[in-house]
Design a protein around this ligand. Structure first.
Ligand SMILES: Cc1cc2nc3c(=O)[nH]c(=O)nc-3n(C[C@H](O)[C@H](O)[C@H](O)COP(=O)(O)O)c2cc1C
Length: 157
């Protein structure tokens, strides 16, 4: 494998939704990172996964977190996605959120939320695969935000 640009372009042909994965770090600060690597894994037990880059500034927080949440963004939340794709330690200063009973930030206006307990973490290349066991979820009507070929889309675009 030599042509990493072509590889990335090929991977981008797989359309996904967009999530913000949230947790609280060891110092009690809320963390959020935009991620489209979310996937379902198992129905029984209910397991999901997402991948975090080893270069992420928030890596330690997610590896140590006993709980995290997957916030599935709606079609009108492009700005929320852009916001949480930035490297910034004051990301939550301008964002409304509530805390789950486990102390995990939950974003309003999403179309689904999955509250998870960290199940297993796999060291995999330049990412870690984080698997969560879902112990709570919430779903709303509405269209999803989509990500395809390096850009945001809405259903029907
Ligand atoms: C649509 C989209 C999807 C992304 N998916 C992931 C992902 O699955 N895993 C990941 O580690 N970073 C992903 N990123 C990049 C992170 O959001 C970004 O690098 C991170 O928020 C930067 O901050 P940090 O280094 O402080 O974590 C994605 C970015 C965008 C815009």
């Amino acid at each position: 494998m030599t042509d990493s640009k072509a590889f990335r372009r090929s991977l981008g042909k797989f359309a996904t939704g967009v999530t913000v994965v949230t947790c609280t770090d060891q110092d009690g600060h809320p963390c959020g990172i935009t991620a489209n690597s979310f996937s379902s894994v198992s129905l029984d037990p209910p397991l999901i996964l997402w991948n975090i880059a080893k270069v992420s500034n928030s890596l330690r927080a997610y590896l140590d977190a006993g709980h995290f949440a997957i916030n599935v963004l709606s079609a009108d939340q492009r700005e929320v996605s852009t916001h949480f794709a930035r490297t910034d330690h004051t990301l939550f200063d301008s964002i409304k959120f509530t805390l789950s009973p486990d102390g995990v930030p939950l974003l309003p206006g999403t179309i689904a939320t999955f509250e998870c307990r960290t199940h297993t973490i796999h060291d995999c290349g330049d990412h870690y695969i984080i698997i969560g066991e879902v112990h709570g979820f919430h779903v709303e009507d509405g269209d999803p935000l989509l990500f395809y070929s390096g850009g945001y889309r809405n259903i029907g675009d």
